[in-house]
Design a protein around this ligand. Structure first.
Ligand code: LMR
Length: 396
């Protein structure tokens, strides 16, 4: 039965993590998968999570199934984080949130929902985007197309081209934008550009779909929601796929959420009934523990304060490493102006390294970077920055 099956290529991101683990070189450096690492190269459990974990274990009374969309307390906490406390989409009841296993799980449920309920829609993806995006929609049978996003020459947003592309998208299609910290480029629209984008999307009759996986990594928890909140106009419809892997460090717990904003509460209830069908036929109902941790932290003033400090700490370290990387590249005389790295936001830097350079860095120096040249800045430490920049100088 299985003889005809060809081996699949490794995943372009998680496959590098596998290759890194297998590499015996003691000087290896992992700048591939988007996982936060501290100054010692470790991915720590946050103190807020550790404390919440004790509370959750003490308070937990059952391990029976959760409802299909997860716990209502989690949904409420997610909505407050996304929209703020008294946003109209929350008070009106027109936002329906389901707990999904990670941002990827939320995207897959959104893709199934689009396939079933908007069968004529194409999903438009930024060029470039996270390599798993096209794969998720393809698996759900949803067609995708790309639109320009990144101006490689100027290292900024190709805003004019992006707007021109929107003008040509068929009404009824969906446009997938990254809520903040665009993956892989680290380049986001400004608050003014979000307003223009919201006008263009609305004017064209498109459904915005936001992948929001890095809230807190660019400027702050509320500041990073500016794009999302700008798109949430009165009556506007929207899908948000959010993740707590990065900002709570809950990677292996798979905690994310799918939030669909409909035009009113009745429409939201109807949409949610269909989302439940998608979830039931996919993983039935979500795993509880990670969501309990998030709910506990967000609902406890002290833990929430601690968590916000921890997010600020991660953000600060990453920005510090951006500065250090640029300074060290300059000090080593690497040709070119790398100051753009300090303007990019979030975990990633789109370095401009070419696929052959990335390959040489891996083969010769055991430095693991995604093929597109995307560097996980959170993997840089004051110890590995020197050998990293020496190697980059060598491959120039
Ligand atoms: C990344 O882009 O590296 C992360 O989002 C991890 C992943 O699942 O690819």
């Amino acid at each position: 039965m299985f003889d005809h099956i060809e081996p699949a290529p490794r995943d372009p991101i998680l496959g590098l993590g596998e290759a890194f683990r297998e590499d015996p070189n003691p000087r290896k450096i992992n700048l591939s998968v988007g996982v936060y690492q501290d100054e010692d190269g470790k991915t720590p459990i946050q103190e807020s999570v550790r404390r919440a974990s004790r509370l959750v274990l003490e308070r937990q009374k059952t391990m029976s199934y959760l409802p299909i969309p997860g716990s209502p307390a989690y949904a409420a906490a997610v909505q407050r984080l996304l929209f703020g406390t008294a946003h109209e989409v929350v008070t009106s009841g027109r936002a329906a949130t389901s707990h999904a296993p990670g941002g990827t799980g939320a995207l897959r449920v959104a893709a199934d929902f689009i396939h079933q309920q908007l069968p004529n829609a194409t999903v438009w993806l930024t060029q470039p985007t996270w390599p798993n995006h096209p794969q998720i929609f393809a698996a759900a049978g949803v067609p995708t197309k790309s639109f320009p996003y990144f101006n490689a020459k100027a290292n900024n947003l190709a805003f004019k081209e992006l707007l021109a592309a929107i003008e040509k998208m068929p009404p009824g299609d969906a446009i997938l934008l990254h809520g903040c910290c665009h993956n892989p480029t680290g380049i986001d629209p400004t608050p003014d550009q979000w307003k223009t984008l919201a006008d263009a999307i609305d004017g064209r009759g498109l459904l915005p779909l936001l992948d929001f996986a890095y809230q807190g990594f660019a400027e702050g928890i509320d500041e990073d929601a500016v794009g999302l909140r700008t798109l949430c106009r009165p009556g506007a419809e929207l899908i948000v796929c959010s993740s707590f892997s990065k900002n709570f460090g809950l990677y292996c717990e798979r905690v994310g959420a799918l939030t669909i904003i409909a035009k009113d509460k009745r429409a939201a209830d109807t949409v949610q009934s269909q989302v439940k069908v998608c979830i039931r036929s996919n993983y039935s109902n979500p795993p509880a523990h990670g969501a309990e941790l998030v709910t506990t932290i967000l609902n406890d003033a002290e833990l929430r304060g601690l968590w916000e400090q921890e997010v600020a700490g991660m953000r600060g370290r990453i920005n510090g490493m951006r500065e250090l990387l640029v300074k060290t590249l300059q000090a080593k005389g690497v040709p070119g102006d790398y100051s753009f790295i300090t303007r990019q936001r979030g975990m990633f830097s789109f370095s401009g390294l070419t696929p052959p350079q990335v390959e040489t860095l891996k083969q010769k120096y055991a430095i693991y970077i995604v093929g597109s040249g995307r560097i996980n800045v959170a993997g840089i430490t004051s110890e590995n920055v020197e050998p990293l920049c020496d190697a980059i100088a060598e491959v120039q």
